[in-house]
Design a protein around this ligand. Structure first.
Ligand SMILES: [Fe+2]
Length: 279
């Protein structure tokens, strides 16, 4: 069956059908997939049923694997792949829903991952959508004055922002050694492949903005988030069994939804690809 590509919304998302990621992919198809990813920011490959080692193999069409920070979620049989599950609990017994609240993955790294890939293993009957906000479209929608304001501003990214409403699982001791205490990234970054500018913020990781006090920085971050998460910039992914979804952390925020029956298991494999220093 020939591969077909179809847009999933006006600005974000491309659906891929007729592709079997357990089989070798020729260079023409690889190039078309990479181009679609750069231009559409979310790639949804339907009808895949991949074991962890096959996911690992398949994602190398797009780049090199990034070592994820919190090793407690690593699969023992394939540690470069982590799992996302609704069945984990905090030490105090509360359920942990990974990915709730708008964010971009691992922005507290010097070179944050360019992409994150999830492959659905078990899904609830309904709900559990992943929302994406297109931060390049949101940047284009800013006033000229705001674009000018962002130019040159650096945000301070840490593992867990003290301003975040969402609590992350603590890092194990072994991971703390290789995860930076804080890094600075531009608040408007340029996509290395498309050249488009995007707002680069992360409510769970940003501790502050260099040169601004919190009274100025926090409302500014709130305003940017409110602007960027308007529905006109959003693509909302409804998961289907067999989906493999790859998104671009350089120009999107994303958010999970814990809005389904928690007696049902939601379990996905997660893997990330190396990125470059944001500029
Ligand atoms: Fe995430």
């Amino acid at each position: 069956m020939a591969m077909t590509l179809a847009p999933l919304s006006e600005h974000t998302g491309m659906e891929v059908r007729g592709l079997d990621l357990t089989q070798p992919v020729d260079s023409g198809v690889q190039e078309a997939l990479n181009r679609a990813f750069s231009e559409r920011s979310v790639l949804v490959v339907r009808n895949q049923h991949l074991a962890p080692h096959q996911v690992l193999q398949a994602v190398q069409l797009f780049g090199e694997v990034f070592p994820q920070h919190n090793t407690r979620f690593a699969l023992p049989e394939c540690p470069q792949i982590h799992y996302i599950s609704n069945q984990d609990k905090f030490p105090d017994g509360r359920r942990y829903i990974p990915g709730e609240g708008w964010h971009t993955d691992h922005s507290n790294d010097v070179r944050p991952p360019k992409a994150t890939i999830l492959h659905a293993v078990r899904l609830p009957d309904q709900g559990g959508d992943t929302q994406y906000a297109n931060m390049a479209a949101a940047y284009d929608g800013l006033s000229a004055a705001m674009k000018q304001r962002l130019a040159g501003l650096l945000a301070i990214h840490v593992y867990q922002s003290s301003h975040s409403a969402r609590q992350l699982m603590n890092l194990p001791e072994s991971a703390r050694e290789r995860v930076p205490n804080a890094v600075l990234h531009p608040m408007a970054r340029t996509h290395p492949e498309t050249g488009r500018k995007a707002i680069y913020i992360n409510p769970i990781r940003i501790e502050g903005i260099v040169g601004l006090d919190h009274r100025e920085a926090l409302p500014m971050l709130d305003d940017l988030l409110a602007h960027a998460t308007q529905s006109r910039f959003e693509y909302r992914h409804k998961w289907q069994p067999g989906d493999l979804v790859m998104w671009d952390n350089r120009c999107l925020l994303h958010k999970a939804n814990g809005d389904y029956d928690m007696n049902q298991t939601r379990y996905l494999y997660r893997i990330m690809l190396k990125g470059t220093v944001p500029v």
